[in-house]
Write a protein that binds this ligand. Structure first.
Ligand SMILES: Nc1ncnc2c1ncn2[C@@H]1O[C@H](COP(=O)(O)OP(=O)(O)O)[C@@H](O)[C@H]1O
Ligand SMILES: CC(=O)N[C@@H](CCC(=O)OP(=O)(O)O)C(=O)O
Length: 255
């Protein structure tokens, strides 16, 4: 089974273009099975603001108290997941929303409970549930809320959740869809990145903020997946077998 894991950030969920969905349909037509993982960071921020709850990020991860976790789950599972499934269906793509904490679709452990609260790193993926759904022809849409230890649920960075799914499925491609064309250097798109060049761009501050978890996820996922792409959701990302954006390949990543 040829698989692609697509991660879509909250930054671009509302702005996905018609050409983005055309690329999704082109992948399906070319025989790829797609697993979708969504974020919703900006929408969680808006909800927390409404609730008058402060939240902060440490190394790109949201410090998650019980109250923040409830808001995050409400937004991700209750709103973003529903909207995205409807949007895919409106574009003729048969999708089904999945709560990743059910059936241990994503299982996670605390990263550092004292510092980050209810934030997890994925420790296992229930591949058989995902593969069973893919075989029916449906496209599963996963929330980045995982089953934690002892009846807890944990908030997982959506890039990390997608990377873990791609790693576990040994996906052919992991696609990280965001609001910029890919990794930019001096305003110009970097089309191919190696491990060493990625490190250099982080050290020199060219890659910063939300792009850091993406490139780190890309390099980790490549230990098991064929290719990783960081692309814009406002444009086509795949046409006639050609991929756009910034690409990481297994061979290049090792350089
Ligand atoms: N070198 C870089 N190239 C492109 N974007 C970068 C770079 N460094 C930092 N960024 C920032 O990363 C953002 C994407 O990350 P983020 O906002 O977390 O998106 P998402 O919600 O899609 O996960 C871009 O909008 C940009 O502001
Ligand atoms: C632990 C952690 O930081 N979780 C993220 C989950 C959502 C996410 O990652 O959304 P984007 O892809 O839109 O950034 C959060 O609470 O914002």
């Amino acid at each position: 089974m040829k698989t692609v894991v697509v991660k879509c950030g909250g930054s671009v969920l509302k702005e996905l273009s018609e050409s983005f969905f055309d690329s999704m349909k082109a992948l399906l037509a070319d025989g790829y099975k797609i697993v979708f993982v969504h974020g919703g960071g900006p929408e969680i921020n808006a909800m927390l603001e409404k609730m008058n709850v402060q939240s902060e990020f440490k190394n790109g991860l949201r410090v998650t108290s019980k109250e923040v976790l409830e808001a995050a789950e409400l937004v991700l599972s209750g709103s973003m997941n529903r909207k995205l499934v409807r949007l895919l269906e409106a574009h003729g793509i048969a999708a089904i929303g999945l709560q990743s904490s059910d059936q241990g679709i994503l299982e996670a452990d605390f990263i550092n409970e004292e510092e980050l609260g209810y934030v997890g790193d994925v420790t296992s993926v229930n591949k058989s549930v995902l593969e069973t759904i893919l075989q029916t022809g449906l496209l599963p849409v996963l929330t980045p809320i995982a089953k934690g230890p002892n009846g807890t649920v944990l908030n997982v960075n959506a890039d990390h959740a997608a990377g873990a799914a791609a790693y576990s499925l040994a996906a052919d491609h992991l696609l990280m869809v965001t609001d910029v064309d890919g990794v930019l250097n001096d305003g110009k798109l970097v089309t191919v990145l190696t491990g060493a060049e990625t490190e250099r761009l982080i050290e020199t501050g060219v890659i910063s903020g939300g792009m850091i978890p993406k490139v780190n996820t890309a390099l980790k996922a490549l230990e098991s997946c064929g290719h990783v792409h960081i692309v814009s959701g406002k444009k086509p990302f795949y046409e006639d077998g050609k991929w756009y954006g910034t690409q990481f390949n297994k061979e290049e990543a090792a350089k």
